[in-house]
Design a protein around this ligand. Structure first.
Ligand SMILES: NC(=O)c1ccc[n+]([C@@H]2O[C@H](COP(=O)([O-])OP(=O)(O)OC[C@H]3O[C@@H](n4cnc5c(N)ncnc54)[C@H](O)[C@@H]3O)[C@@H](O)[C@H]2O)c1
Ligand SMILES: O=P(O)(O)OC[C@@H](O)[C@@H](O)[C@H](O)[C@H](O)CO
Length: 390
């Protein structure tokens, strides 16, 4: 079985590639990073290190890699031959892989070969977004062909995945825990394989929301509040009692959304939040606030990890003050090496914070004003701003 996987980064090697390899797939990575492409084609394997007490190392073999920018013909041939196509390139890059994917998929359609396409990105319905990007390049007749043979299947993925360099080799560095949830009802009925280690569900929405609004929401809140307080890692920020209190309250607020909207039990949600906190506190982890806070415009946008739950709680008339605080901290995030952070700060300077919050988080006047007030407090009295309780 052949998998074509776009994105040989931390999650692509440390999680998706690992699970596919364990299920008997050969891995054909597609990336733009020449160093990792060269490494994979020299070794035809790579290593993963687990963040456990033994620093367990695993080897993934049967690997090759292609350059997205210079090896289009080979990639198209791989797409035609593939048993499965997947991605983890970052949500903002899905549009960039659409042209080559469209060409490869249409060639498959001519051969009447159906396929599942799984975009594994931290965003609601990433595969549907990838489908939109592919269809935007196709004619009506091509779209009708794609409809017949191409199954864009939404997923939710969870594993803290970083990397380290050892003997000039990129090693994926991952926590032992992982969860890969796939929308079974969107899969090709003719799928010829089973994926062990994967959970198939009928309705993905609660899973992707639980992932974004609890796991990624707390992570982003630690990163943004931590960056404001001068910490370098999420793990340092967690040790700060004031920050920990705000994030704990944010999670308590979000829990009420899941209770009301999905009828989940308090006990189940509390256990999930506690398990997530423990994972984020893994003493062997040093996760840079710049990585966890990266692409702040995406993270602050409506439906994502911060504005999503705050808007949902507001709609339900439930408290969301800690969420507003995390959002306001996000609007303060700056990193000269992060193009979205630079764009965010430029936008705030040019248009003002109120217009920026309205545009990015898509809030009404009242909610916007609450976030702006907290943002202003962070600018003028940061000590007071780091307090949401009594
Ligand atoms: N790292 C994590 O802990 C984690 C966990 C769950 C989900 N995710 C999600 O997985 C995705 C990838 O995250 P990551 O941490 O692995 O990032 P990463 O930067 O380590 O990996 C992304 C890879 O995609 C490649 N890429 C970018 N544009 C490309 C293109 N046009 N064609 C081919 N390859 C391209 C990059 O070169 C890089 O190797 C993101 O959507 C992220 O939100 C990450
Ligand atoms: O990947 P992002 O930029 O959406 O979010 C950064 C982290 O929160 C994220 O990568 C987590 O480590 C991951 O989602 C855990 O499963």
């Amino acid at each position: 079985m052949q998998a074509v996987h776009f994105g040989a980064g931390n999650i692509g090697r440390g999680f998706i590639g690992y699970v596919l390899h364990e299920n008997g797939f050969q891995l054909n990575y597609v990336d733009t990073n020449t160093a990792i492409i060269q490494q994979l084609n020299t070794d035809h394997s790579y290593q993963i290190e687990l963040l456990d007490t033994d620093h367990t190392r695993l080897t993934v073999d049967r690997v090759q890699a292609f350059n997205s920018l210079t090896e289009q013909d080979q990639i198209i041939a791989q797409i035609v031959a593939a048993t499965l196509i997947s991605t983890s390139v970052g949500a903002k890059n899905l549009g960039r892989i659409a042209p080559v994917l469209k060409t490869g998929l249409l060639q498959r359609c001519q051969l009447k070969k159906s396929v599942n396409i799984l975009a594994n990105e931290n965003i609601v319905n990433a595969s549907s977004l990838l489908k939109q990007a592919v269809y935007a390049l196709a004619t009506t007749a091509e779209q009708a062909l794609l409809d017949q043979y191409c199954y864009f299947v939404n997923t939710a993925i969870d594993r803290q995945s970083l990397s380290l360099t050892d003997h000039e080799r990129q090693i994926a560095l991952v926590e032992p825990y992982y969860e890969w949830v796939i929308a079974e009802d969107q899969m090709d009925p003719a799928t010829s394989f089973n994926l062990n280690g994967v959970r198939l569900v009928d309705d993905l929405t609660p899973y992707i929301e639980r992932k974004l609004y609890l796991v990624n929401a707390s992570h982003a809140a630690y990163a943004y509040l931590g960056a404001l307080a001068g910490y370098s890692t999420v793990q340092e920020a967690i040790q700060d009692e004031k920050i920990h209190q705000i994030v704990s309250q944010f999670m308590a607020e979000n829990k009420q959304y899941f209770r009301q909207h999905y009828g989940l039990s308090d006990q189940e949600l509390t256990q999930f939040i506690e398990k997530t906190a423990k994972r984020q506190q893994n003493p062997r982890l040093a996760d840079d606030v710049r990585r966890v806070g990266r692409d702040p415009i995406r993270k602050l946008s409506a439906h994502d990890r911060l504005a999503g739950p705050v808007q949902a709680l507001s709609n339900l008339g439930l408290p969301h003050v800690a969420g507003q605080c995390a959002l306001a901290a996000g609007y303060c995030f700056n990193n000269s090496e992060d193009t979205e952070a630079v764009a965010l700060q430029t936008q705030i300077k040019a248009q003002g914070i109120t217009a920026t919050v309205q545009k990015i988080s898509e809030f009404d006047d009242e909610l916007t004003q609450a976030v702006v007030d907290r943002y202003t407090l962070f600018q003028e009295h940061p000590e007071q701003a780091m307090k949401v309780g009594d």
